[in-house]
Design a protein. Structure first.
Length: 213
């Protein structure tokens, strides 16, 4: 997915007024990592602060992403933070115990025990996410598919420019939702076993422990 000179995704759904990144690039051409980047940090805290012209694969415990990725980001860990300065031109695949997204991505596919979308989060197309607890803010350019037990809006509002489909124990306060399409709510059933997010997390974190430590 190409990035323009202004640092924006050129075919994204959101405008700068909706939270898309603008301004000069923070990195010079000499700082660019050409090609895919693979990181296995084990128990150490890892900060991805580079500009990468390719895909990024990160396995670790505590992971913070502040850089720009002209490709997709695949990240697995215990605590993952995608900061306000982070920029993923394609897809974000994230699996974590606690996942916080404050930055930008084309699409988000995520599973976590706790997922937080911050007020500066901007998802240009769709998000598909499963988490026991979700705290939502920011903007989604198309559709949102959310599955959890406790889903709520933090801050003033959560904006979806397409359709919102979600499953939870309680409905979200409609006053805090801004949905241009349809909103569909399904009541979550009581869990007889581990949730989908738990199953995925056990598998992913097991792989992290076996391969990264």
């Amino acid at each position: 997915m190409p990035i323009s000179e202004e640092g924006e995704i050129t075919n994204g759904e959101l405008t700068p007024a909706d939270g898309a990144r603008t301004g000069e690039d923070e990195h010079s051409h000499s700082d660019i990592h050409e090609g895919d980047l693979y990181v296995a940090s084990g128990d150490k805290t890892y900060v991805m602060d580079q500009m990468v012209d390719g895909n990024v694969f990160i396995f670790g415990n505590n992971v913070t992403v502040t850089g720009e990725i002209n490709g997709s980001l695949f990240v697995c860990g215990s605590n993952i933070e995608i900061t306000e300065s982070a920029y993923v031109a394609c897809h974000l695949f994230a699996f974590a115990n606690e996942l916080t997204i404050d930055g930008m991505a084309l699409d988000v596919y995520a599973a976590a025990n706790k997922l937080t979308l911050g007020e500066t989060a901007g998802i240009y197309r769709q998000i598909i996410a499963a988490a026991d607890t979700m705290e939502l803010a920011g903007n989604v350019g198309r559709d949102a598919f959310l599955y959890g037990e406790n889903i709520d809006v933090k801050g003033e509002s959560f904006t979806v420019y397409g359709n919102l489909n979600y499953e939870a124990k309680n409905e979200i306060n409609a006053d805090k939702l801004k949905v241009e399409g349809e909103t569909k709510f399904n009541l979550a059933k009581e869990k007889d076993a581990d949730s989908t997010a738990d199953v995925i997390l056990d598998y992913v974190l097991g792989a992290v422990r076996n391969n990264c430590i």
